[in-house]
Design a binder for this molecule. Structure first.
Ligand code: NAD
Ligand code: IPM
Ligand code: MN
Length: 346
């Protein structure tokens, strides 16, 4: 049995952290005899440069046929004025593979409590998950246009789209602390009012779940004020994008947080929640932990391969406990030093 994994290194720090992650993965898989095969596909700005498209047809068919997909990050100033942007490819692959549920964990590693910008007593024990709707909302709603005098975006949600993402969140909460917070703007937005109505309907199917609601502005405050209050946050596309960068920072750095994007069937896509970090690309200082954590998330959620995932997690924790930290976590270790140290612990 061997798993096929599609690799999308992407742009700027993307290839740097992908290479680091794959080295750590290979070292762990060797110890546990975990079999896999990788195929690399062009995606994002790199694909625009190669073939003029951020999401080439071969990348769609290759990723669709894989057992899981690893993506590092795409985008950057090189393509900001290009007729097609790398970000269009990212939205298009999410849509093409129907990856409507984006799972973004916010877990404060005890070894990193002191790295949180929050006081340790507030940050410690934080362990929640943002379930972000990923294939609808204002990112995809029609009509949309940009003219010189005006521009329009449309926030749209169908009942079916809301139901399936809420269900994903309620099911996740069942396996966790049975607490769901739906984050919305139901004091203003029609889509949010529909989300609330459907969430209340669904709650009757989940009597064991404690359901509450927060407006997104208040939620943004509470994430830094009392982050341990949350278990599963379910929210629409744009709110989830914004809150997940904020939540990531509570854990110490955006540079450590992985995510899974999944649909009802087919492969999941695993990627850091951060971008291509053009400001630090090429300096060898990118934090590889977001990519390494994306790989362990893949091993657990797509392959039920806890042995290899546990081995990597333990090596990461041991490295951090030794005080070997990348610059975004206040240390001096380069990407290469981090990678070597983690492999040594494997
Ligand atoms: P960013 O997430 O790339 O960077 C924000 C800040 O976090 C920067 O200071 C960066 O140096 C730092 N950072 C991010 N990842 C890090 C890591 N692994 N190690 C150390 N520091 C890290 O956001 P941005 O600068 O606003 O966007 C840059 C580009 O990335 C844009 O083109 C954007 O559209 C794109 N983007 C892509 C994705 C993706 O591929 N999924 C996600 C977000 C942004
Ligand atoms: C993310 C990114 C993307 C998003 C961008 C690059 C389109 O910020 O994955 O969080 O907004 O979804
Ligand atoms: Mn984002």
């Amino acid at each position: 049995m061997s798993y096929e994994i599609a690799i999308l290194p992407g742009d700027y720090i993307g290839p740097e952290i992908m290479a680091a992650g794959l080295k750590v993965f290979a070292a762990a898989a060797k110890v546990t005899n975990f079999n896999y095969h990788t195929t690399t596909y062009p995606f994002g700005g790199a694909a625009i440069d190669q073939v003029g498209e951020p999401l080439p047809a071969a990348t769609i068919s290759g990723t669709k046929a894989a057992d899981a997909i690893l993506l590092a990050a795409i985008g950057g100033p090189k393509w900001d004025q290009a007729p097609k942007r790398p970000e269009q490819g990212l939205l298009a692959i999410r849509k093409a593979l129907n990856l409507f549920a984006n799972i973004r964990p916010t877990h404060v590693n005890p070894a990193l409590v002191q790295r949180s910008p929050l006081k340790a007593e507030i940050a410690q024990g934080t362990d929640f998950v943002i379930v972000r709707e990923l294939t609808s909302g204002i990112y995809f709603g029609e009509p949309r246009y940009q003219h010189a005098a005006e521009a329009l975006d449309t926030m749209y949600y169908s009942r079916k789209e809301i139901q399936r993402i809420l269900k994903a969140g309620f099911e996740l909460a069942k396996q966790r602390r049975q607490h769901v917070t739906v984050v919305d703007k139901a004091n203003v937005l029609a889509t949010s009012k529909l989300w609330r109505a459907i969430a209340n309907e669904m709650a009757t199917d989940y009597p064991e779940i404690r359901l509450d609601f927060e407006y997104v502005d208040a939620a943004a405050m509470k994430i830094v004020q009392q982050p341990t209050n949350f278990d599963v946050i379910i929210t629409e596309n744009l709110f989830g994008d914004i809150l997940s960068d904020e939540a990531a920072t509570v854990t110490g750095s955006l540079g450590t947080i992985p995510s899974e994007s999944r649909g009802d069937s087919g492969p999941s896509l695993y990627e850091p929640i951060h971008g291509s970090a053009p400001d630090i690309a090429g300096k060898g200082i990118a934090d590889p932990l977001s990519m390494i954590n994306s790989i362990t998330m893949m091993l657990r959620n797509s392959f039920q391969e806890t042995q290899t995932a546990d081995l990597i997690d333990a090596a990461v924790t041991a490295t951090l406990q030794e005080g070997i930290l990348p610059p975004d976590l206040g240390g001096k270790a380069t990407t290469q030093v981090m990678t070597k140290a983690i492999i040594q612990h494997i």
